[in-house]
Every structure is written in C-alpha cells, then in structure tokens.
Design a protein around this ligand. Structure first.
Ligand code: SAH
Length: 275
C-alpha cells in the first residue's frame, strides 16, 4: 500500500509554495509582466500581485494581470507616451513614497524590467533612497514576439545568437549611440524594440553598412494578444510594407534568416490551435 499524502491546503497554499513569499510592506517589487498574454506571467509575479497593496503599472503591462490584485489595492497607471504622461523621476518618486508609506509595492513593467524598460534606473533610485527592492524577471517581448510569429531567435545552422537593441533614437539627429557597422555585420538575429517610428532610418543604416536588403525581416505588433499582427518583407522593403499595412507601435522588429522559418513554423497547427 502506498501512503496517501495529506492535501496541500488548497490553491492558496499551492500558489504560495510555488510563487514564493507574499509582497512585503515597505518593499518595491520590480516585476516583469511578460509580453501581454496573462498566461506568460511568472508564478512569482502572480503571487506578488495577489498580495500587493499598491501597484504602479506601465501602459503596456498586461491589464488582465491587475485582476489578480486585491480589489482594495491602489492602482496607478504610470504610462509614458511620446511627449506626455509620467516622467521617469515622477515614477521613481511615486514608488519610493508608496514604500515609505508602508505599502507592499509592485512596479509592474511590460516584458522584462531590465530589457529596455528603465528598470535599472528604478532599482538604482530605490537603492539610493534606502528602499529594499526585489527584481522579478519577465518574459521579454524580444523573444516572445518572434516566437508568437513563428520565429526562433536562434536556430542551429542559421543564427547562433541575437542582439536586442532600441530603435527609440531620435531619427532626425544624425548622431547615434549605436554602432551600426557592428550591428550590420553581427552574425545573428537583430531584434529591435521601439523601432516602428524610426524603421526607415534603421533599415537605411543597416543596408548602408552592408546588411543585405534581401535579409528576411518582420514586424510583430501586440504579440501574444488578440490584437497580434505580423508584417513580413525583405529588409529593404519592410518600411514600405509596414506603412502600407498601417502597422503602428508597439511592435518588435526581427531581422535575420531565422524569419524564413516562419513559412514552416507559423502555419503548422499546434495542439492548442487544433483543440
Ligand atoms: N521591457 C520590455 C520592453 C520595453 S520597450 C520587454 O522586455 O518586452 C517597449 C517595446 O517593447 C515596444 O515599443 C515594442 O517594441 C516592444 N513590445 C512590448 N510588448 C510587445 C508586444 N506585445 N508585441 C510586440 N512588441 C512589444
């Protein structure tokens, strides 16, 4: 006879066990919310949301995730937009003040907090203010958006690495923080976040520095959500294709031979689609 173990104590007990300890008063939890699909939240993110008393969330952070928080938790949307919304210093002040006031603070950020999300600045601000903080990695759109479109960012024999860069540089200024000749020569996949507005400039720079205009490329908007859209075209034609489709931010741009795998991977019915 095998001894039957006692019950685990219900779903709350299970989620506590797997998601770690609850959110703490006086602490800022910098939490990645993933790319959009609530199924891509981590167990730790779910546990912290369920036990927080104050949530400051991005515009792009999964809104369904907020349903996990207690109804009485304070929710502050701290979205930034081009030319408006919350300034970075105001967000940092808000989360620090909330922690000082004794709240269990969740700072919910789209994707991963440390991938082009200014999470590092928020962690530094907490450290400078003497506020304890915890960083919870999230599923970044840099890999989730390609995956949703049927593109593996690396693939044996096709791409041995990938680089994630920001396209959010002022396209009207001639100077750039990025080394475009190195990026054009990079022997792997390029993934560009915040790159829709500057797409034509980016493509010109890559081609001028030697990337082939025939390189397979795609833009994926609102990946992993019901609003997902994909535009695929060779690099040299991607800006026109994106403009023709009327594709707006937020989108992830993927450049590299791995995009050609979409032809097989995007159309193969998965178990989920077949169900
Ligand atoms: N920290 C985030 C990125 C912040 S920058 C992360 O790790 O994902 C914001 C950019 O991310 C957007 O402009 C867009 O390029 C990309 N992005 C975020 N969510 C996305 C989604 N659901 N689909 C496609 N791109 C997305």
């Amino acid at each position: 006879m095998v001894a039957v173990p006692p019950p685990l104590g219900g779903s709350a007990g299970v989620s506590h066990r797997l998601g770690g300890p609850p959110a703490l008063a006086g602490v800022v939890h910098l939490v990645g919310a993933g790319p959009g699909d609530p199924g891509l939240l981590t167990l730790r993110a779910a546990q912290l949301l369920a036990t927080s008393t104050f949530i400051a969330h991005d515009r792009l952070a999964t809104l369904e995730a907020l349903e996990l928080a207690p109804p009485e938790a304070v929710r502050v949307p701290v979205g930034k937009r081009r030319g408006g919304g919350w300034r970075q210093e105001e967000i940092e002040r808000l989360i620090i003040d909330a922690a000082l006031a004794g709240h269990a603070v969740v700072r919910l950020k789209g994707g991963d907090p440390f991938v082009l999300g200014r999470g590092g600045e928020e962690a530094l601000a907490c450290a400078a203010a003497g506020i304890p903080f915890e960083v919870v990695p999230g599923v970044t759109s840099a890999i989730a958006a390609p995956a949703a479109a049927g593109v593996p960012v690396t693939h044996r024999g096709v791409a041995s690495g990938f680089a994630v860069i920001t396209g959010h540089e002022d396209p009207t200024k001639p100077e750039t923080d990025l080394d475009w000749s190195a990026l054009a020569a990079f022997p792997g996949t390029l993934v560009i976040l915040m790159g829709v507005v500057s797409l034509a400039t980016t493509v010109d720079r890559l081609i001028a520095n030697g990337r082939s205009a025939a390189t397979p490329a795609a833009a994926v908007r609102w990946a992993t959500t019901p609003l997902e859209e994909v535009v695929e075209a060779p690099l040299g034609q991607l800006p026109q294709a994106v403009a023709r489709a009327g594709l707006k931010p937020p989108a992830t741009i993927i450049i590299g031979d791995v995009v050609a795998l979409r032809a097989q991977l995007a159309e193969t019915p998965s178990l989920i689609r077949a169900a």
